[in-house]
Ligand binder design. Sequence first.
Ligand code: BES
Ligand code: ZN
Ligand code: ZN
Length: 499
Amino acid sequence: MEFQGISSDFPKSNADALAVVVFKGEKAGAAGIKELDGLTGGQIAAAIKDGEIKGASGETAIFRLKAGGGIKASRLLVIGCGEKDKFKLSDVAIAAGTATRCVRKLNLTSVAFSPRFDGDAVEIAQQSAQGSVTSQFELDKYKTADKETKEVKKFAVFVEGAKPADLKKGISRGQIIGESMNFTRDLANEPPNILTPTEMANRASKIAKEAGLKFEALDEAKMKKLGMGSLLSVSAGSEQPAKLIVLRYTPAKSTAKKGDLLALVGKGITFDTGGISLKPGENMDAMKYDMSGGATVLGTMRAIGLLKPSVPVLGIVAAVENMPDGRATRPSDVVTAMNGKTVEILNTDAEGRLVLADAVAYAEKQGATRIIDMATLTGAVIIALGEHNTGIMGNDQAQLEDVIACGKEVGENFWQLPLSEEYSKQIKSDIADVKNIGPRMKAGTIMGAAFIQEFIDKAKWTHLDIAGTAWNDSAKPHQAKGPTAVALRTLIKYVERSQ
Ligand code: BES
Ligand code: ZN
Ligand code: ZN
């Protein structure tokens, strides 16, 4: 896809379609609409008057334009964006995505987009490019027929009076972030026979090259040597060897406080059968997405490598398959994690926390002072928060609130759950230091977090339970259904804030 920034003469843009944002209750005479309405012979005004266009969010309307007078576009798209005073920067990405998908549906290949947002040109261009790139992602990779073959090839964003350099910068950033999100979404969508832990490590190695990151993948022998008995207990039942993927970003010139190192740690269960505590058959297929946290770490690291912030970042993914087998871990087994703590495994389906235990301990061993982990950890978080909020918990309120604030800016919602000592008591084991589950039907999401906390030593740590937010069950006007790459944009904002 080719991107361009324009700062004057929007109606005369060299594109098949013009797309313009319209707000609820807006009149056709409003600035930025009036001239376009004229080109349609007053059709926008009529449609608004008749209630065909309400400006509601997600609403789209299409008008044909007459050629001539320097107008090249044959269509005008009106993109409804709700109330004007509620329209945020992150909504520009949604509007851009909606416009791109609408143009694609019309079988046109180029669009010029006017977001009509009053703000920084770099940011507006970034949101527009990112939204457009992510809107093109489809789930049909493995279809040989009925595949989406139409493609929008050119996207221009219009910001009146903007400096070309600002538009260029924003577009480049938006492309990087959008493509990184699509990389993450592609991984989450991959079937588990294709995306094994080994293949996940291969993909990580590929993006490391592309984005200038240092890559390493610890194999099972190395992990055994390091004492990662908790992680290895999960891979014991699988033919697929586990990999601990480690990506390192080091800035040319660091502005980080001496000794400060941020680590992003992801759950990368390439398939979760539950192990010996086997899951029911119904919907088990959904568990291919159980590596979404790891996929987000990889996508975020890709973006970081290309955006080049001035702080170092460590990315760690515990890539493991959870299978039942003669060699698989049994409920009641006791294992020892890398930090020396013993774990009584009472349910092999609570495996995410087992792999993260060793992954966060490893991050700290590598010098991490701040850790953010992300995981499709519990079904309970879906019951608690549904698909609109990611559960967030941690041991440092200031860091946690920073993450929530970054999320707000990019349009990702987080909701904090309590994590106090009483909860930690509930995972004390009778025969080992801790057990991997708490009491039945009680605060399941917090139990997962409380378990991971046992393996944090001194680091400031934030845990994101993305089980409800990593996958969208229905398509939206701006994006296909399926993987969302949730938390990626929040983390980039967080890293850039740390500079
Ligand atoms: N990967 C699942 C979490 C999950 C479950 C995500 C359902 C989406 C839908 C995780 O490994 C798991 O199985 N967790 C158990 C924990 C329980 C055994 C304490 C769960 O949530 O049921
Ligand atoms: Zn599980
Ligand atoms: Zn799982």
